[in-house]
Design a protein around this ligand. Sequence first.
Ligand code: IMP
Ligand code: MG
Length: 192
Amino acid sequence: MKTLNPTYRRKDLEKILVSEDSISKRVRELAADLSDEYGSNDVTVVSILSGAMVFTADLLRLLEFPTRLDCLRAESYGNLAESSGPPKITNPLKTDVAGRHVLIVDDILDSGRTLKSILEYLGQAKPASLKSCVLLDKKDRRKVDITADFVGFEIPDAFVVGYGLDFAERYRNLPCIGILKQEFQESAAHEH
Ligand code: IMP
Ligand code: MG
């Protein structure tokens, strides 16, 4: 069997912003806060594809209340690092959330446009409650007046990858979160 090289996947990073250990500790704290919030209620967890996959997988396994899992895909970025306008919901829910407690799980709150669209979309389905949990929050970048109910880490205004977050669909498999070296941002952009 080939030996895994732990430094390989991080070599394109300028800087690690959140380590694997800090993520795992904070995800446990968030799970505890969510368990306090929901008690023994049944909650539909709506994971926002693809960025929230890794975070959702870790968080979900620590939740101590009954859950259903559904996914939404909201697209605005394409392969660019800048948001262009209100995102489109391109993959609707499979389950009916009317009268249910709904928890949105997303990777990062940036301009706030994605979460705003998703809150509007899910609000129309008349859930019993609608809350959001994001791993990362770039407060300084907010363009619309939106806050998440549960936040993992506030981070500065920098483009980050890893733990589900991508640049041009790459780096989602990094176990930590970091800032990509400028040269890799450029070479990745030229592939498209
Ligand atoms: P918003 O609509 O501007 O809040 O953007 C939210 C979405 O943009 C996230 O779900 C991510 O997919 C993407 N995004 C925002 N900032 C970053 C980043 O630093 N790295 C990777 N993806 C990001
Ligand atoms: Mg995303």
